[in-house]
Design a protein around this ligand. Sequence first.
Ligand code: FES
Ligand code: FES
Length: 169
Amino acid sequence: MSTDSTGSDDGPVTEEITITVNGTDVTAAVEPRLKLSDFLRYECDQHGVRVGCEHGVCGACTVQQDGRTVKSCLSYAVQADGAEIETVEGLAAEDGSLHPIQEAFHETHALQCGFCTSGFVMAAKELLEENPDPSREEIETGLADNICRCTGYQNIYEAVERAAERMEE
Ligand code: FES
Ligand code: FES
């Protein structure tokens, strides 16, 4: 509900929203213009959500919303009211053990600066949920919405292949 629908000197217009972030309900009063990526980073401390291009091109901000990947720079937090969001911070188990995709990225050295990594991991998660045994070509297509400036991609593709094997076990 708007706390100020007039935009007067009483302060900015805000709307109360509740989003489930990595299993925890977060309620906040936000301006309608607040991007989902900024909500996750600054209201929820999920700094694994990276902001690169803010134009939907690089995929660094990729998260899952209700089980599907979205580029969180392209939507507003108010649009995710009532949704379940998973970021890379939600992947590790409670005891701290890494998700198989995270393990595989680590083992195959699938990152250099790491800026793109969380977006790639979330995109890989959706890919493997839909297609547990992807070919190299399907992996390349599945990750085509994400850009890495460092790695040359080969180790990222190897990581997804290794994660697929491990998740099948
Ligand atoms: S920051 Fe969202 S796609 Fe680049
Ligand atoms: S590891 Fe640096 S951008 Fe991908």
